[in-house]
Structures are given as structure tokens and as C-alpha cells.
Design a protein around this ligand. Structure first.
Ligand SMILES: NC(=O)c1ccc[n+]([C@@H]2O[C@H](COP(=O)([O-])OP(=O)(O)OC[C@H]3O[C@@H](n4cnc5c(N)ncnc54)[C@H](OP(=O)(O)O)[C@@H]3O)[C@@H](O)[C@H]2O)c1
Length: 328
């Protein structure tokens, strides 16, 4: 199959390109960065250097590739800081990639008769902070997100509506859980792992907020499954084990060889991280993967972060590490 991957050098994109090539797909891999072309070619893809916010350039690249499927994995998360008070501001470029970038790819898909578009979204804090602690795709997104997350949630809503509601194109939205593993901020050498090691990632209040995780290779495998099959719509791509912060953060610190996380009272957490931090620590919901399992026939190889944090933070298999790192 001819597959066009926008965001081919990101945390998911890298693993996805390798998987697609290994399964015999013809992959066009988009990056903004000339220096990444050689790595993408070495991985077996045909690179194109295009800015996802340049509609004409995207149109030309997609027209030349004539893909059957377009995958949207573009985000601008690697340059973000850790200040939760700047949440919407830090997500500004990602939000543009989720609005304008999505619309541009959909327009290109329509122009080139692309059959299917698969796009990245997020399972976790976007869900309404009410009712059940584990949400399905039918549950609603947060009607009243904390001040400072509204623009980001609105961009997610735009992407999801445009892709899953496309009608004339098979649109699948993958709501990935919090990613961990090589190339992510929760790799052994990732920036959030470093914060946990330095005890700068405290549990606020009781740490009751529920998070869903997914290993980066499981996310890539689910994406391949969504490229090859499954009905249009929304899918939570998460592991089997949604869990509260007070549980997973202690376990993760231990897996990293760090001291247990500090615990700080709610009032201090609010002072330090604002409503966004309090929400992420106390109120957010996890997600169920029942639908993805059913529709895609996908099963995570790391069904729980409990074993995943111990076994999956590094690239242990040398043969996998080398090609993955070729895409830099
Ligand atoms: N669900 C989650 O928890 C989640 C999801 C995604 C990412 N993350 C985290 O975010 C961190 C960084 O993610 P990342 O490594 O994927 O990096 P990233 O900086 O978010 O970039 C992702 C991809 O988007 C592309 N991109 C960005 N702006 C673009 C533009 N204007 N035009 C075309 N392409 C553009 C990048 O391409 P080029 O740079 O090659 O141009 C790259 O391939 C990781 O630590 C990861 O864990 C978390």
C-alpha cells in the first residue's frame, strides 16, 4: 500500500515508518528538516521536505505520492517546557498542526482520492472530569477544561471532528495514551524521567487522577492496524491498566532507580502548577482500549505499564535500535 506519513521523524513516526517498510508498504515520509532525509531514506522510505503548515507544498507532495492512506503524526511537543501554567501557549504550534495542518492534509486527501486518513489525538485529560474514572470513545470530552487548556482541547476537538466526521474519506482518530519508551519524554533518558529522578515531579494531594499509558511500539503497531483496517471513528490506543497518579508515579520512580516522589498538599500544588496541574494530578480520567482491541484486532505487547516501565523504557533489542536511530 502507498502510505504518506506526515510527522515521520517524531516519537511515533520513526517506529511507524520502520514497521510499515518491514511490512512491504511504500512509504513517503514527510519532514521539515533536510538533515533528516538521509535517515528516512536509510529506513526505506521516500523522504519529502515540506512544512505541514504550507498548504501548497503539502498539496504538491501528496499529489506526487498518490497515497492510499495519509497518516498525521505532526506535533511540536519536543520543544515544550515543563511549566503547566503555559500549557496553551506551549501547545500553540501543535494546535496549529492539529487545526490548519489537519485541514490541509484532508484537502490534499480529497484532491488525490486518498481513501483513508489516520490522525493522532490524545486519550486522557481531554475527557470530561466527571463520572466514571475510565472512559470509552462514546464518553464526552471536557465541556469545562481548566483555564489554560481550552485552546488545546479545542484544537483536539477540531482534528477529531474533521477526521472522524469526514464522511467522504475513511477517517480514523487514534487517541494515544501517554507514551513511554524510546524516543519519548518517558524514555530512561527522557525529560520527564529526569524530572522524576530529580524529585521534581511530586504527587499533588491524593494523586487520584487516572492516566492511561501506551508503549511507543504498541502505539506504532496499533497505527499500522488502523492503516490496514478498522472502521472510521475514534479509537483509544492505551494499555489495559488505567491507574491513579499515586500508584504509577511511585512505580515509575522505582523503575528509574529514583527515590519515591515527593508528596505535596493540594494548596501547594495549586500554587506551583495552577489549575492545569491540579487537574492532571487529581481529576483526569483514564481510557478503555476495548474498542481498539475489537475493531483492530490489536493487543498491546505491554498490556500494563507495571511491567512496561521495567522492560520497555529502553530499546533493548539492538537490531531494532539501529534502524530506529537512523531517523534522527
Ligand atoms: N500521547 C502522548 O503522550 C504524546 C504524543 C506525542 C508526543 N508525545 C511526547 O512529545 C515528545 C516529543 O514528541 P516527538 O518526538 O514526536 O516530537 P515533535 O517535536 O512533537 O515532532 C513530531 C513530528 O512532527 C513533525 N512536525 C512538527 N512540526 C511540523 C511542521 N510544521 N511541518 C511538518 N512536520 C512537522 C516533526 O517533523 P520534523 O521535526 O522532522 O520536521 C516530527 O516528525 C515525546 O517525548 C513524546 O513522548 C507524547
Amino acid at each position: 500500500m502507498r502510505v504518506f506519513v506526515a510527522g515521520a521523524t517524531g516519537a511515533i513516526g520513526k517506529r511507524l515508518v520502520l514497521l510499515l517498510v518491514s511490512r512491504g508498504h511504500e512509504v513517503t515520509a514527510m519532514t521539515r528538516t533536510g538533515a533528516k532525509v538521509a535517515g528516512l531514506r536509510a529506513a526505506g522510505a521516500e523522504p519529502v521536505v515540506v512544512d505541514g503548515l504550507d498548504a501548497n507544498a503539502v498539496m504538491r507532495a501528496v499529489s506526487a505520492a498518490r497515497p492510499e492512506v495519509i497518516v498525521h503524526e505532526m506535533t511540536a511537543l519536543s520543544s515544550m517546557g515543563a511549566n503547566l501554567r503555559r500549557f496553551d501557549r506551549d501547545f500553540e504550534l501543535t494546535n496549529r498542526l492539529r487545526t490548519q495542518g489537519t485541514d490541509t492534509l484532508l484537502a490534499a486527501a480529497r484532491r488525490t482520492d486518498t481513501r483513508r486518513v489516520v490522525a493522532q489525538s490524545f486519550a486522557g485529560w481531554p475527557y470530561a472530569r466527571e463520572g466514571a474514572w475510565v472512559k470509552s470513545e462514546e464518553d464526552r470530552l471536557d465541556p469545562h477544561p481548566p483555564q489554560g487548556m481550552q485552546r488545546t482541547l479545542s484544537a483536539i476537538g477540531h482534528l477529531e471532528g474533521a477526521v472522524a466526521g469526514a464522511g467522504d474519506i475513511e477517517g480514523l482518530v487514534l487517541r494515544y495514551g501517554t507514551l513511554y519508551g524510546p524516543g519519548t519524554s518517558l524514555a530512561r533518558d527522557g525529560e520527564h524521567a529526569e524530572m522524576i529522578r530529580r524529585r521534581r515531579f511530586p504527587i499533588v494531594g491524593q494523586g487520584t487522577g487516572v492516566w492511561s499509558f501506551v508503549h511507543i511500539d504498541d502505539a506504532a503497531a496499533a497505527t499500522v492496524a488502523a492503516i490496514q483496517g478498522g472502521a472510521p471513528g475514534l479509537l483509544n490506543i492505551v494499555d489495559d491498566d488505567p491507574a491513579p497518579v499515586c500508584e504509577w508515579l511511585v512505580h515509575l520512580a522505582d523503575a528509574l532507580g529514583a527515590k519515591p516522589p515527593r508528596r505535596i498538599p493540594l494548596w501547594l500544588g495549586r500554587l506551583a502548577t495552577g489549575e492545569v496541574g491540579v487537574s492532571l494530578m487529581m481529576q483526569v480520567r483514564g481510557a478503555s482500549n476495548e474498542k481498539a482491541k475489537r475493531e483492530l484486532g490489536w493487543r498491546p505487547r505491554h498490556p500494563s505499564w507495571r511491567s512496561g516501565f521495567r522492560e520497555g523504557l529502553d530499546d533493548s533489542a539492538q537490531e531494532r535500535r539501529e534502524p530506529a536511530e537512523a531517523i534522527t
